[in-house]
Design a protein around this ligand. Structure first.
Ligand code: PEP
Ligand code: MN
Length: 336
């Protein structure tokens, strides 16, 4: 059960409400986000919702019995829009595009990418500075030095930064240089990290775990929301299946299902989703036709020499063609 509290609820009214919930054998979780105050009630036995409905200080009550609640569409039918400032939003009428390299490699590469994005009116740049790599000998990212350069060039050009945070201890120092925190597939159920990101007033994009179910992804989002941060994006980036002809299996089914179950914007990542450059654009367009609010795609001036994920990274020229088709495809999607 979700109880939305009125903005002007009095302390005394809150006490009466909490006592009532306790009398009804309902465990109360008080949740304060940057936008609103809620009580998520977990009933231990059946109860009559009418016995609460007439108390003061309540705006609305909804029964939501799923494991995830605040991220569910059952209480919030309008889709959430994430506002990154400077008129950059995700989840509204427009399709959002995030593009850039897998890894931030140096200042020259940042400059070239920013120029490519500016030319194509792309407002969000991706790039990892802390890289989760299967081998400890692979390039693991430029860390904070890279992030500072990344943020400097982007903010000077009106571009927002999305980058992966790998652990709790990085959150604070990264926060000033990040517009969206990315939680990678390998950290999709790092509950300590999700808890901390719930206490930061920055959007968080959670990628689906390699073997994560849709429900588990939504429950991960619930960790962030219930800690106080409503600014969440859900990302389908492919799951691991028995198929070995491509890197991952982009689960396009997940997109309409996530849109149906949650009010949060959904992002599709075709780069990691298929892992093969020659098919990334097709899968990106497919993702848009499935209802994705945003696409995140890996691009590089010369993917052949990229420090990571070159095999799935688009050349800038390919990416340019894709951006146009993405916008056309999104118009087609909206006309249905
Ligand atoms: C990435 O975005 O470069 C990345 C490592 O993604 P994922 O966590 O989906 O593997
Ligand atoms: Mn990558």
């Amino acid at each position: 059960m979700i109880i939305q509290l009125s903005q002007n609820i009095q302390e005394q009214e809150k006490v009466i409400l909490l006592n009532k919930l306790s009398d009804l054998n309902i465990k109360s979780n008080i949740i304060t986000t940057q936008f609103k105050n809620y009580i998520v009630g977990i009933p231990k036995t059946d109860f009559d919702i009418r016995s609460i409905g007439n108390l003061n200080g309540i705006e609305d009550i909804h029964r939501v019995s799923d494991a995830y609640k605040l991220v569910s569409k059952k209480w919030k039918v309008n889709n959430s829009i994430i506002d990154l400032g400077d008129n950059v939003t995700i989840g509204g009428d427009e399709l959002s595009i995030m593009a850039g390299p897998c890894s931030i490699e140096g200042e020259k590469q940042i400059e070239t990418t920013v120029a490519h994005l500016v030319k194509n009116n792309i407002k969000i740049m991706r790039g990892g500075v802390y890289k989760p790599r299967s081998s400890p000998y692979a390039f693991r990212g430029m860390g904070m030095d890279g992030l500072k350069l990344f943020y400097k060039h982007c903010s000077e050009n009106g571009i927002k930064v999305i980058t992966e945070v790998m652990q709790v201890s990085q959150v604070e120092e990264m926060a000033d240089y990040v517009d969206i925190f990315q939680v990678g597939a390998r950290n999709s159920q790092n509950f300590n990290l999700l808890d901390i990101l719930g206490k930061v007033d920055k959007p968080v994009m959670i990628k689906r775990g390699m073997s994560g179910t849709i429900e588990e992804l939504l429950a991960s989002a619930e960790y962030v929301f219930s800690n106080g941060n409503e600014k969440i994006l859900l990302c389908e980036r492919g799951i691991r299946t028995y198929e070995s002809a491509y890197r991952n299996t982009l689960d396009l089914n997940a997109i309409p299902i996530l849109k149906e179950k949650s009010h949060l914007p959904v992002v599709v990542d075709p780069s990691h989703g298929i892992g093969l450059r020659q098919h990334v654009s097709t899968m990106a367009l497919a993702g848009v036709m499935c209802g994705a609010d945003a696409v995140i795609v890996e691009t590089h001036e010369n993917p052949e020499i990229a420090f990571s994920d070159g095999q799935q990274t688009l050349y800038h020229e390919q990416a340019e063609k894709l951006y146009q088709k993405l916008n056309q495809t999104h118009q087609l999607y909206k006309s249905f």
